[in-house]
Ligand binder design. Structure first.
Ligand code: SAH
Ligand code: SF4
Length: 370
């Protein structure tokens, strides 16, 4: 069910079989579900008027009981410098999330959110400060992509779950939305070009391995010494590094795919030679590439390294035959860069997980997945 204040049934985010059930319950022929699927996703229709394959009567009936989209666009901010565009959307229950379009040469990356806020409380991340408010539905994930497609200068070449939230803690909806985005009769987007990024939620990584998920996987490593990682990423208390690396090895073995490690460089914290050496050792058996991201934060405890340090760190990895790239800061001045996404949400503060307790991650303060 869609968490909203709406009385109509929201169709966006429904799979083919759910649409079949929806039409069957209204005595409509089964093949109409396919027309609805194509209409909502491939044709990106906002309402039923454009569904000319349906009779006028049928369209009117649908209009009265169902709706496709749910977002209100509150803001769209474009960087004068590099074209990066950040969107602030209001969801049907009044909560807000952000998504970003990044232009880099020929690449057009849509950075989308999977949750409202995040419970994992990484110390360098603005979304972490919001706490967790709720999971996004599959429809809300797809709607970000549809709306940005309408507003982007060019169609997306990459879609990354690197906006707000931890996608592996909303895996069901993330997978469902990704299926719709990739479906040839849906948004027909290349499967491999959809990347799910995780801070290291092991059960989710194993699940992706077991179902041989066709999406790409990125892991936000950010620190390679356990103590340091626990300090800046409390999720490491629940899912320690050595177990995380084992899970990634399992994933790579099962899927035959390589992974991407995201590594935020924080000046004086994790940008030394010992860190670089350890990355090489830890990833020796894992086919991977490494993305270095100079930390985007205004918090003096998390400064970006100097340009010289970044080059030195990157060269060290490259000299040791690691594929490594430095991700340039995009959209900094409009607070759209990695880790800067934050949206004010009225009402109850978001929940954060206390990893000191013995609570298992399965008891996160989530609402039931929808
Ligand atoms: N929760 C997931 C996906 C969303 S965060 C995850 O953690 O992977 C997306 C990316 O932004 C992650 O790689 C994260 O490490 C990075 N990030 C968070 N805060 C950042 C900051 N202040 N500077 C640079 N990157 C940051
Ligand atoms: Fe959540 Fe990812 Fe931010 Fe950590 S970096 S708080 S997991 S969104």
């Amino acid at each position: 069910m869609q968490p909203n204040n709406l009385t109509k049934t929201v169709l966006l985010g429904m799979s083919r079989s759910e649409l079949e059930q929806f039409v069957a319950a209204r005595g409509i022929e089964k093949y109409r579900a396919d027309q609805l699927f194509k209409g909502m996703y491939a044709q990106a229709l906002e309402n039923f008027d454009g569904l000319t394959t349906l009779s006028k009567k049928m369209r009117n009936e649908l209009q009265q009981t169902a709706q496709i989209r749910t977002f209100k666009t509150l803001q769209a901010t474009k960087s004068q410098k590099d074209g990066t565009t950040k969107f602030l959307w209001e969801l049907s229950d009044g909560k807000t999330i952000e998504s970003v379009i990044i232009y880099e040469g020929r690449r057009v990356t849509f950075c989308i959110s999977s949750q409202v806020g995040c419970a994992l409380d990484c110390k360098f991340c603005a979304t972490g400060k919001m706490g967790f408010l709720r999971n996004l539905t599959s429809g809300e994930i797809v709607e970000q992509v549809l709306l940005m497609k309408e507003r982007a200068e060019r169609p997306p070449t990459n879609i990354v779950f690197m906006g707000m939230g931890e996608p592996l803690l909303n895996l069901r909806n993330v997978l469902k939305a990704s299926e719709i985005i990739a479906d040839p009769a849906g948004l027909s987007f290349a499967r491999k070009k959809i990347t799910i990024s995780t801070s290291g939620v092991i059960p989710g990584i194993k699940k992706m391995a077991d179902i041989n998920a066709p999406w790409s996987l990125a892991i936000s490593l950010n620190a390679v010494f356990e103590e340091k990682r626990r300090e800046i990423m409390p999720v490491s208390i629940q899912y320690p590094l050595h177990e995380l690396m084992k899970a990634i090895e399992y994933y790579v073995r099962r899927t035959g795919k390589r992974v991407t490690f995201e590594y935020i460089l924080i000046g004086g914290v994790n940008d030394g030679e010992a860190d670089a050496k350890r990355i090489i050792k830890m990833t020796a058996r894992i086919p991977c590439k490494i993305n270095l991201i100079p930390c985007n934060s205004t918090d003096p405890d998390f400064p970006p390294p100097t340009g010289e340090q970044i080059v030195r760190f990157n060269n060290y990895l490259l000299d040791n035959r690691k594929t490594s790239t430095v991700r340039m800061r995009k959209g900094w001045e409009i607070q759209a860069a990695c880790g800067q996404l934050y949206s004010e949400n009225r009402g109850k503060a978001g929940a954060k997980i206390s990893f000191k307790s013995t609570n298992s991650i399965g008891k996160l303060p989530h609402k039931k997945e929808t």
